[in-house]
Design a protein around this ligand. Sequence first.
Ligand code: FE2
Length: 328
Amino acid sequence: MTATLEPDVTSSAPNSQGYCEFTLGQFQFRRDEYFAYVDWPTGSHIMSVDAFLRALQRDVAWDFFYGTVNFDGVIGTVNHYGTVDLFAGRYNDAYRKAELDYTENVETSLIRETFKEMLDDWTNATFDPFASPHETGSAFGIKNGNNRPAITRHRVAAARMVAVPGDEGLRSDDTGHPINRMFADVPQDEPEVYPEPGFESEVAAFSLFAYLSRSPVTWNPSVVSVCKISLFCATTEEYILPIIHGNDRVEWFLQLSDEIHWEVEDRDSGSVRARVVMRPGDVCAMPADIRHQGYAPKRSMLLVWENADPALPELIASGQTPTYPIDF
Ligand SMILES: [Fe+2]
């Protein structure tokens, strides 16, 4: 018999608003009706709890993602792919100068389980942290049930490609994926594929636009095709990216529909580097030394191209690979 060691999550009994409080190393997390509070030995922080839960949801669903997930300009995580830095003020010039910043390196399994339990306990029945503000109820108020179906959604991660036999399937009304209200005009016809006998599992095609028109979530890149370490991660965006993503590698964006405004800052200091407005057909590459947050005035389709090479963070950090994507 194999025993699985579950890390011990440290949490309190419910507080007077009904929510448990969580301890991770020297960090403490608590919420009340409106806010999330984070305390560490040299400081403390407050965030609106809806924004906190939207960020927490991404960190949990993406298993800490590539590089840095800033919940805002103060707190966040850095993925070291086995361990995770949980930090406060580490990538904020003012906190650094005042020596209020603080970082703990934690085993991934411990921070993963702590964040999962916090997300589960703090998300009320009315709130879906993945949904756009128009498509969810309130995150606020005293403890009111849970929304486990929303916070434990299947994350699309194709082994080869969506629509390949045995891989991630297409979306339809029958699979619980109605066409989003803002994509009512997107054609739903699928390509016709006639593979030679014997190649039925090798030849496939699907309409990415139709697929994305049925995405129930926002700001959640899903792997729709894989070629070795090259991942196409498609996503629909509306309102504000709930995290500020700090890259540890170059990331390419291809705007498929509508418009996204990107605020681009220096990854380590937070100083402003650029504003980028992307319209359909625009392509841009985010360098490996920045952080970025997107604003989408209406639901839009974005293709994110990721290079999943595990050697990249070290190659870039050591200067062997440049932080920019291409020389002209
Ligand atoms: Fe990103």
